[in-house]
Design a protein around this ligand. Sequence first.
Ligand SMILES: Nc1ncnc2c1ncn2[C@@H]1O[C@H](COP(=O)(O)OP(=O)(O)OP(=O)(O)O)[C@@H](O)[C@H]1O
Ligand SMILES: [Mg+2]
Length: 151
Amino acid sequence: MDLHLATAEDTAQLGVALAQTRPPLAAVHLHGDLGAGKSTLARALLRGLGVTGAVRSPTYTLVERYAVEGGEAWHLDLYRLGDAGELDFLGLDEAVATLWLIEWPEKGRGGLPPPDLEIHLAIDGDGRSARLVAGSDAGRGWLAQAAKKTS
Ligand SMILES: Nc1ncnc2c1ncn2[C@@H]1O[C@H](COP(=O)(O)OP(=O)(O)OP(=O)(O)O)[C@@H](O)[C@H]1O
Ligand SMILES: [Mg+2]
């Protein structure tokens, strides 16, 4: 699915559409340069899941965890990860995460759950382009449901 997101509000609406249609277990890899809108999307998705407190960017902590229906959503930003071995120190294999939102997944190669959904964001004029690619059957179903909400 390809979308043009003219404003940050459009990016947020995509996040909400994904929240409303998410499968019970899912990993999302968020690709895109600095400022492409990855955190904007992740924050809106978490808000759409009912997270009401502060949604901090995990720039320094690398991971922020949120209680959501059915388990926990883990928001990762691996930009500052030194090497993939450091992932071990984050306690990521506790298997309580039901939703993974991973910014800069390239940095954690191998040590991360494979994506059900890959979202590629890019700066496009004053707005952003988004390409959503499913990586599993769950991801394909998710995309089909979310597409109905965004069209
Ligand atoms: N569709 C859009 N059109 C215009 N501006 C947008 C759009 N989506 C997000 N933005 C804006 O882009 C800026 C950067 O967004 P954001 O912090 O989400 O990027 P990021 O990809 O997480 O960057 P980083 O890699 O540095 O964490 C914010 O000011 C946000 O409001
Ligand atoms: Mg970010």
